[in-house]
Design a protein around this ligand. Structure first.
Ligand code: ZN
Length: 245
């Protein structure tokens, strides 16, 4: 009985410290900004010490004859949340994506304005990250760049539901066509990187679509207004990593 109590106390303590780490305040500017992420928590040490961090400037890719992305999303968006760091859409249905003959499942997608990765030194005004995980927790992120142009109809239900306040979650009732958020041409750059937010975990498989899609200036303004500040981590050194196309 007593032993069980002690064990459960340990579990409670362990999960409390995990929760603290997860809730550790960080931001995109000032004392909790990207230059200081590793000082905020021991769990964030990779943000400073990591050698394959994201985002990067994508240039001089090596020809790896990569096939086009095998995209079979059918998921509808479930909930959109403004978590104070990004506008994030969670998905409930399982949507699989096969990469390296392994099954990854789409968990959520979110937006950065301006974009985090650069392509040949060019920064796009918005970048979407589609975050997938495998059963063992390994991650694959597919990124799509947006440039200002024609209105993006696939974004309309998202923008309409976008919470203006932090930590507000809104259920989307209209279906979002995920394929329509991707470019016609499904060729991409591929490299190894990290999460672009604390804890900056590495070993993330990054696929960045080469062709951007468009959104209108007023759609971009809606994202910026909801985000309040820029939410892009500065570029990180390549450290000899290869970029394949
Ligand atoms: Zn992201």
């Amino acid at each position: 009985m007593r032993k069980a109590k002690i064990v459960s106390l340990f579990i409670a303590l362990a999960s409390a410290s995990l929760a603290n780490a997860a809730e550790q305040h960080w931001s995109y500017e000032g004392k909790a900004g990207p230059e200081h992420w590793s000082e905020l928590s021991r769990d964030f040490h990779l943000c400073h010490e990591g050698k394959s961090q994201s985002p990067i400037n994508i240039k001089d890719p090596v020809d790896g004859h990569l096939q086009t992305l095998d995209l079979t999303y059918h998921t509808s968006a479930e909930k959109v949340i403004n978590n104070g760091h990004t506008i994030q859409v969670t998905v409930d249905e399982d949507d699989d994506f096969i990469l390296d003959k392994e099954k990854f499942t789409l968990r959520q997608y979110h937006f950065h304005a301006p974009a985090e990765n650069q392509i040949n030194g060019q920064t796009f005004p918005l970048e979407a990250h589609f975050v997938h995980s495998k059963e063992d927790g390994e991650l694959a992120v597919v990124a799509v760049m947006f440039e200002v142009g024609k209105e993006n109809l696939a974004l309309v239900p998202l923008i309409n539901a976008m919470p203006k306040k932090e930590n507000q979650q809104i259920t989307i009732h209209r279906q979002v066509d995920l394929r329509a958020l991707f470019p016609q041409d499904l060729h991409y750059y591929r490299f190894s990187g990290s999460l672009t937010t604390p804890p900056c975990s590495e070993g993330v498989r990054w696929l960045v679509m080469k062709q951007p899609v468009t959104l209108s200036q007023s759609q971009l303004d809606a994202f910026k207004k909801a985000l309040k500040t820029s939410n892009n981590r500065p570029l990180q050194p390549l450290n000899g990593r290869l970029i394949v196309e």
